[in-house]
Design a protein around this ligand. Structure first.
Ligand SMILES: [Zn+2]
Length: 336
């Protein structure tokens, strides 16, 4: 064929080609740009990561490949057509510099927030009525105190785990409601169902770019990223003001730029994700944000809740980790 595809590939930045196809990237990592994956018609997340030399879906379909695979799969070109397209593809990546950050996420529209607030209020009222007994038992069984549960405005929509209710015009799965509030703003409402997969379902219309307890960031001396909301609540209950606990809701979710500005002033960032593969991956991603970020692990158990329920002292553990990390920072000269 006489065409050196390797040289051709090296000259092309796949991110620019995907940008032509899918528009500007809604999320940006340090190397990769992230889009909703078109191959599995993704609605919620941004599973498609694209680097200069390849792409991969970290979500449902897991497709991956190089620039030729992209052109053949997405644009449905033949190999010959792909070669021709590459000859005309943009060659450099000047616009991919860090000086063009994605706009920070905005909270959901106010009409949605009004309806979501009604859901939250009704569910909270139910939790503290006799209908909420079982849910309350579950929450206290996770080590959460009544005051913590109230402060977090947790609630319950009673019913079987397969059932949904319509409240304030929103379709709500039955289960324990976890509102993502920052001040007056409702970013999202997640529901933990008693069974079934996925266990956590977000009420449609909410944002995936929130940060659970994110409004606690300003003025924080140290921030603790927990993998889930319940862990964040427990850490908040047991160890504030030592650390300010927040959560992205899952190990796979990245931090939206909106929250970075509040993190800039925090001297120390701890990441305590679950002791499993997804947790390790998510922690590494957060660690890459800043030299002030340190990955820590619970001494035993899979996560903070399990550690606490098995008799671990969350406050003592975190105090120890903070001392250790600060000591390291003093002993290790800064690198550039
Ligand atoms: Zn996909």
């Amino acid at each position: 064929m006489g065409v050196d595809t390797r040289t051709l590939k090296a000259q092309v930045d796949l991110r620019l080609i995907v940008e032509q196809d899918l528009g500007p990237a809604p999320m940006r990592g340090r190397q990769a740009l992230l889009w909703r994956c078109p191959f599995h018609d993704e609605r919620k997340g941004y599973s498609l990561a694209v680097w200069a030399d390849g792409f991969r879906c970290f979500g449902k379909c897991q497709v991956s490949g190089d620039v030729f695979d992209w052109l053949q799969r997405y644009r449905r070109l033949s190999f010959q057509e792909a070669l021709r397209a590459l000859g005309e593809a943009p060659r450099s990546a000047p616009r991919l510099a860090a000086n063009r950050p994605a706009p920070p996420a905005e909270p959901p529209p106010s009409e949605w927030q009004v309806a979501a607030r009604q859901v939250v209020e009704q569910a909270e009222e139910t939790l503290w009525s006799c209908q909420g007994e079982q849910a309350l038992d579950y929450l206290t069984g996770r080590g959460l105190a009544g005051e913590t549960i109230r402060e977090a405005h947790l609630g319950v929509v009673p019913g079987g785990y397969r059932q949904w209710r319509t409240i304030a015009g929103l379709s709500v799965p039955c289960g324990i409601t976890l509102p993502w509030l920052t001040g007056e703003t409702v970013w999202a409402v997640k529901v933990r169902r008693a069974a079934g997969q996925p266990k956590y379902v977000q009420i449609a219309g909410g944002s995936c770019s929130g940060l659970y307890r994110g409004d606690a960031l300003p003025g924080a001396k140290a921030v603790l990223f927990c993998e889930g909301e319940f862990d964040a609540l427990l850490a908040h209950q047991e160890a504030e003001p030592l650390v300010t606990a927040v959560s992205l809701g899952s190990a796979g979710t990245g931090l939206n730029d909106r929250w970075i500005i509040d993190l800039v002033t925090v001297p120390l960032i701890l990441v305590a994700y679950d002791v499993d593969q997804a947790g390790a991956k998510g922690a590494t991603r957060l660690q890459a944000l800043s030299k002030r970020a340190h990955v820590i692990r619970v001494p035993y158990g899979k996560d903070i809740t399990e550690f606490h329920l098995q008799g671990g002292d969350v406050f003592t553990w975190l105090a120890h980790e903070l001392r250790r990390v600060r000591q390291d920072a003093i002993l290790t000269p800064p690198v550039h």
